[in-house]
Write a protein that binds this ligand. Structure first.
Ligand SMILES: Nc1ncnc2c1ncn2[C@@H]1O[C@H](COP(=O)(O)OP(=O)(O)OP(=O)(O)O)[C@@H](O)[C@H]1O
Length: 924
């Protein structure tokens, strides 16, 4: 147990020592000698000395006349102080005075009354548990002795940092009851050094200190770690006589005693005197054992009461005056009493831990707190940065608005110039697909057809689709369904309007369509038949291009509703344009034979291979370009089409699970028949961009994304080409070409010319990269290629004629474009060290024929990027490297409408924001 000074007792704060004076009556001897009393207690506080010309008055806290009994002295001069002990406050009551003045008489009475009151207090406070301990010592000849021990060995007085002065080895008896206390008092009386002097036959020759320690705890917490205990001691001190040795006719042993007694009392007087002055000077507590032991009672944390006893006899007047002088000094001494709270070890550890944490925190704050000047500088720097960013944002917004207006103008021009293109069929504002997240594992798209009255309100009846209500479910993998892996990527981009669930778009976008796990599907759809149609769903021609998105992947059609329509002829466009209030969705339902599965889906490799996220595609590009990983470069053409080709192959592979699925399932099932019927009834669709794009009627045809790739992919799709002979013959639009392979060749030709024009016009490498990665040969890309080609041709003409062009308020000349391109290459070279690891850089240097010990390797590599217009592999690698350097890693999520309207190289300032959208915006 450790004593902790917990709080200051309000009443003890700066409390002075309570000093009272007690005048004893004349004893028999004095009466016999006809001694007279020259002292008179004129009030409770004042005593006067009459036997002089000028009576002297002495005032104290309390003055007790000779007829005051011990009870009154105790009640009025010591009780309050003594009983502080039960509230956890140390206290001391001691008597000071010359021999025979009545010290022992007074202290005996006070001790007993105090102890009686303590016991009474305990009786009245049953809610607390009390323990009383008693110890007694005397200081005789400057040695401390245990009055409860018979061996008489001197005790060591030690200084304890927590408890103060400690008398080592002092016997401490736990008081059992009052009688036990009285017993112990008797022992002490018997043990105390008493000698006969001329003044007192039983003169106390030592300073006696009786100590009662009171420990108390609330009973409800007794034995609990959280308990705290009040612990305090009250000292009852009976000092030896303060007389001179000569007065007691001391000689021999008594003289020696008197010297030691006087030494202790002299030090006590000095200590009291110094304390009374209140100066911050050295207090000689250690000069005597008495003052050492009583240190806490003298100006320390204890409440103290001093009763100065005096003899009334005239012959003792000098000593009486000295006693009163001592009392006068003592009453000036102040003490700072505190409640002593003792905590259990665990509670104490917690307290110290809290304190330690607080101090550590203070240290940390002190260590990290910047000086005000540094702080201000940082603030200024941040303010400047904010201002700069605000300006950048304003510029970007301006450029974006300009780009929108240009795009809109081009759209309108395209519509006006191409009357053969049909507008998207509007189905109605409330018929757009209901996209919702069914649960954590799937997206669901529902569709409700219009009533005749609704259709009438939109115009011609034949423009409307005869589509039964249906819903599409896109299962998505989630952490809760690991069995859904392997992950099948899907192009889920942009922003979906969600009707019920307020999922963040980003969350939806992150979902990937995957192959359907049999168990999961059975659990979810056990009562339904399903058809795996593998449609591709595209949303485009959004009224707000920012909300454009595309979904592609394996989509389950819950054919329950469709089955209900079997009796009716269904006229479902292969491509259905929904025109909701905010968006238009185009659904391309693929014409593959729909294999009906009654209740189970199996994992399909074809599904796995059919789609590849753009990030994977970029990774593949990077792999081919030697960025990372470095393998599998040989079968990669630099475009994503080869992956689609794989998917096509896989879909037809009879060894694949999907092939097996197709073989095993009945082609005559109602679902399959219904969907085939739906698909065969359509021959063309209207794209959202206003371009009429024919759809092959062959059931096995794939969408353009998968059928208009590179040469390898073209050969893969040769088997379909003969069936596409119903394409209109037109130039230069993709419809001109009777087969996808023909359009693919034309696309390659136009792309090649654009690349050469980029080179000739010093077009930004970032612009080239974006364009190259975004426009890969889809028929819908034609307009962008056309615009790009025309603008580049115009620009080249401007440069060739030595003229200049003003774009976005900037003068663009050949020289300025060359300069800008040089800057851009420098920027890219600088980015190599940030965006590429050393291994990746070294790999690229070697691959591009740059020695590793050559200086300015990065700039050399940057200068080689997009420098060869003929080498398709180098072009693809250049695009991959630039994409990596500028953080353009997801071209499928970029909005093509926003692109390609400005290829001024200066626009490609380093991009702070990595988001694709901003990257593209910076190009505009
Ligand atoms: N107020 C009092 N009323 C009656 N008798 C008293 C009073 N004070 C002291 N006496 C008596 O005076 C005598 C001496 O008292 P006491 O022994 O207490 O003196 P003391 O100061 O302790 O002396 P010493 O220092 O020599 O021990 C005792 O017989 C005691 O009974």
């Amino acid at each position: 147990m450790v004593v902790v000074e917990e709080m200051q007792e309000p009443m003890g704060c700066g409390e002075r020592i309570f000093v009272s004076v007690r005048l004893r009556p004349l004893n028999n001897k004095e009466i016999d000698r006809h001694d007279v009393c020259d002292w008179e207690c004129i009030s409770d506080n004042t005593i006067i000395y009459r036997n002089s010309l000028y009576p002297t008055a002495y005032t104290y806290d309390r003055v007790f006349s000779s007829d005051c009994p011990n009870r009154q002295v105790y009640e009025e001069g010591a009780k309050e102080i003594a009983l502080s002990v039960v509230r956890g406050i140390n206290s001391t009551v001691f008597a000071y005075g010359q021999t025979t003045s009545g010290k022992t008489y007074t202290m005996t009475g006070i001790t007993e009354y105090a102890m009686a009151d303590i016991y009474d207090y305990i009786q009245r406070h049953k809610e607390r548990g009390f323990i009383l301990k008693f110890s007694a010592m005397e200081i005789y000849n400057e040695l401390a002795r245990d009055l409860l021990s018979v061996d008489g060995a001197p005790l060591q007085i030690l200084d304890d940092p927590e408890s103060g002065t400690v008398v080592d080895g002092l016997t401490e008896e736990t008081l059992r009851d009052w009688n036990h206390f009285k017993e112990l008092l008797s022992i002490c009386e018997a043990q105390r050094q008493i000698g006969e002097t001329s003044l007192n036959e039983t003169s106390s020759r030592s300073h006696q200190i009786l100590r009662v320690t009171v420990e108390s705890s609330a009973r409800e917490f007794l034995g609990n770690d959280k308990s705290s205990t009040l612990v305090a001691s009250v000292n009852f001190v009976d000092l030896a006589g303060s007389e001179r040795a000569s007065q007691t006719s001391a000689a021999g042993a008594r003289l020696k005693e008197g010297c030691h007694i006087n030494r202790g009392l002299l030090t006590l007087g000095t200590v009291i005197r110094k304390l009374s002055k209140g100066r911050n000077e050295h207090i000689p507590y250690r000069d005597s054992k008495l003052t050492r032991i009583l240190q806490s009672s003298l100006g320390g944390n204890a409440r103290t009461a001093i009763i100065c006893t005096m003899s009334p006899a005239r012959i003792h007047v000098e000593q009486s005056r000295k006693t009163l002088l001592f009392a006068s000094c003592a009453k000036e001494v102040t003490a700072n009493a505190r409640v002593n709270l003792v905590m259990s070890d665990k509670a104490l550890v917690k307290k110290f831990q809290r304190e330690l944490a607080r101090l550590e925190n203070e240290l940390r704050i002190a260590g990290t707190k910047p000086t005000s000047s540094i702080f201000d500088a940082l603030l200024r720097e941040k303010d400047l940065e904010i201002e700069k960013l605000k300006k950048e944002v304003a510029i970007l917004i301006q450029q974006r608005d300009l780009a929108w207006s240009v795009v809109e103008g081009m759209r309108q021009a395209a519509d006006n110039e191409s009357p053969r293109y049909e507008k998207p069929v509007k189905v109605g504002s409330d018929s757009y697909p209901k996209l919702r997240v069914r649960d954590r594992d799937s997206l669901s798209i529902g569709f409700r057809s219009h009533s005749p009255s609704e259709r009438q309100s939109f115009g011609s009846e034949e423009n409307f689709l005869q589509l039964p209500d249906f819903k599409l479910t896109i299962p998505c993998p989630s952490a809760s369904s690991p069995q859904m892996s392997p992950r099948i990527p899907v192009f889920v981009g942009g922003t979906f309007r969600q009707e019920e669930n307020n999922y963040e778009n980003s969350e939806v976008s992150c979902k990937e369509v995957c192959c359907i796990d049999s168990n999961l599907s059975v659990n979810r759809y056990s009562d339904s038949s399903f058809s795996e149609c593998r449609p591709k769903i595209h949303q485009y021609n959004s009224s707000s291009p920012r909300e454009s998105s595309a979904i592609s992947g394996v989509i389950e059609v819950d054919n329950e509703d469709i089955s209900k329509q079997e009796s009716k002829p269904l006229h479902l466009n292969k491509n259905i344009v929904f025109a909701p209030t905010e968006k238009t969705y185009l659904f391309e339902l693929k014409d593959e034979p729909c294999s009906c599965r009654r209740s189970r889906f199996t994992r399909s490799r074809s599904c796995k291979a059919s789609l590849m996220t753009c990030s994977q595609w970029i990774e593949k590009l990077e792999a081919n370009a030697g960025i990372s990983p470095m393998q599998n470069a040989k079968d990669f053409t630099g475009t994503p089409y080869n992956f689609d080709r794989k998917s096509s192959e896989s879909k037809l592979d009879p060894q694949s699970e999907a092939g097996e699925l197709i073989r095993n399932e009945s082609p005559t099932s109602s679902t399959s028949a219904t969907l085939n019927e739906l698909n065969e009834s359509q021959s063309s669709f209207t794209s959202a961009a206003g371009w009429s794009v024919p759809i092959p009627e062959n059931k096995n045809s794939t969408d353009f994304r998968t059928s208009t790739g590179g040469s390898e992919e073209m050969s893969c799709n040769n088997k379909y080409e003969d069936q596409h002979d119903d394409y209109p013959t037109m130039t230069p639009t993709p419809e001109t070409y009777r087969s996808s392979s023909a359009w693919s060749s034309e696309f390659k030709r136009i792309q090649g010319e654009i690349i050469e024009l980029w080179h000739a016009c010093n077009v930004s490498l970032v612009h080239r990269t974006y364009f190259f990665l975004l426009f890969k040969g889809d028929t819908k890309d034609f307009i962008y290629l056309e615009v790009e080609h025309r603008r580049l041709s115009f620009l080249k003409n401007v440069f060739t004629n030595g003229k200049q062009m003003v774009e976005n308020g900037r003068v663009l000349t050949r020289a300025s474009s060359e300069k800008a391109l040089r800057r851009e290459r420098q920027m890219l070279s600088q980015r190599m060290s940030k965006r590429l690891s050393k291994a990746e850089r070294d790999n690229l240097f070697l691959k591009w024929g740059i020695e590793l010990n050559v200086k300015q390797r990065r700039l050399k590599l940057a200068n080689l990027l997009w420098s060869d217009c003929k080498d398709t592999e180098r072009i693809a690698e250049s695009a991959a490297i630039v994409a990596k350097l500028v953080g353009f890693e997801n071209p499928e999520k970029t909005f093509k409408e926003m692109f390609g309207l400005n290829f001024t190289p200066e626009q490609h300032t380093p991009m702070r924001n990595k988001t694709l959208k901003r990257s593209v915006m910076s190009l505009l």
